[in-house]
Design a protein around this ligand. Structure first.
Ligand code: NDP
Length: 327
């Protein structure tokens, strides 16, 4: 039997984790042959609720689940973690300014970055889901001395999956027939879902769908999908976010398909004019736990303006947290 993999998850009592933890324990994250140990981090007032989730995990009698530990101390929760899913973050509450949100999360993600460096396993891989995800990831990455920056990522896979589904539906194709779609930039309303290199059933997407649909329907639909789900469902898109987190890590560890790529927010090396050091979403190929930014794609004027706008927002967020001394 394979050795168990330790997966640390924060925000364990929250909505996303109420889907996510059960998928991980069932084998959806690491495959049907890999046992998993869960280590859950929660804030002290939510420890009881996290215990309740652990009771339900026990009650599923998942054959692959080899233990659940719960803690309100980050270094304890991250002990030996091979994969860390940072889901918990401080939500924006009424009257809170953007600066308040960034500083509240700054305290959380500086501490978690340090704790990961201190306690996690050498092969650690980190996914940040909690918003503002790119900047929370930037903070954790910069505070995790000794952990290579390439081990950190933030989630734009839900945006990617949403875009794939919208394009497939419009084209009358299967989602599995869509490839080479990209989400650029920030996981926020400024993100740029880009079909200029996408392929649908062997044909360039730009020949399959019309330009006005892309500009006035597809792009805003993907950008505002989170709000549309809240409007329709009365609560946020937790299950699809959990599913995207599973997809993100599974693709990272097992690899992208030949001739295609995925979208991940990773540290920029300056590719496509994105300033070095920002955590921005790119077209990315993966293999055996390593990622590479796809190089050499043409960027037309329309795409250039949209990439620049979302990257400018990331640079603003970075400047704000840098000004607070969080990097
Ligand atoms: P959720 O589980 O619904 O969401 C968690 C985070 O994921 C939020 O920041 C949320 O952003 C973000 N997110 C990213 N993509 C999506 C998406 N598509 N749909 C919804 N959310 C998305 O939040 P809950 O409030 O239910 O739970 C959070 C838990 O985290 C609480 O139990 C809290 O106690 C815990 N927490 C733990 C910390 C820790 O472990 N140290 C620190 C802070 C909180 P957005 O806010 O934009 O919706």
């Amino acid at each position: 039997e394979k050795a168990p993999v330790t997966v640390a998850v924060t925000g364990g009592a929250g909505q996303i984790c109420y889907s996510l933890l059960f998928r991980i324990a069932s084998g959806a994250l690491l495959g049907p042959d890999t046992p998993v140990r869960l280590r859950i981090l929660e804030i002290t007032p939510a420890l009881g609720a996290a215990q309740g989730v652990a009771m339900e995990l026990d009650d599923c009698a998942f054959p692959l689940l080899r233990g659940i530990d719960i803690s309100d101390d980050a270094a304890t929760a991250f002990d030996g973690a091979n994969v860390a899913l940072l889901v918990g973050s401080r939500p924006r509450t009424k009257g809170m300014e953007r600066g308040d949100l960034l500083s509240a999360n700054g305290a959380i993600f500086t501490g978690q970055g340090r704790a990961l460096a201190e306690a996690a396993a050498d092969d650690l891989r980190v996914l940040v889901v909690g918003n503002p995800a790119n900047t929370n990831c930037l903070i954790a990455m910069n505070n995790a001395a000794g952990v290579p920056a390439e081990r950190f990522s933030a989630m734009t896979r839900l945006d990617h999956n949403r875009a794939v589904a919208q394009l497939a539906q419009k084209a009358g194709a299967q989602v599995s027939d869509v490839s080479r779609l990209t989400i650029w930039g920030n996981h926020s309303a400024t993100q740029y879902p880009d079909i200029s290199h996408a392929v649908v059933d062997g044909r360039p997407a730009v020949d399959v769908v019309d330009r006005p649909w892309v500009e006035s329907d597809f792009i805003p639909t993907v950008q505002k999908r989170g709000a549309a789900i809240i409007e329709a469902r009365g609560s946020s898109s937790a299950a699809s976010a959990a599913n995207a987190a599973i997809d993100h890590v599974r693709t990272w560890l097992t690899g992208t398909p030949q001739d295609s790529w995925t979208s991940m927010a990773v540290v920029s090396d300056g590719s496509y004019g994105v300033p070095e050091g920002l955590v921005s979403s790119f077209p990315v190929t993966t293999r055996d736990g390593e990622w590479e930014i796809v190089q050499g794609l043409d960027v037309d004027e329309f795409s250039r303006a949209r990439i620049d706008a979302t990257v400018a927002e990331l640079a603003d967020e970075r400047d704000a947290v840098q000004g607070m001394g969080l990097l």
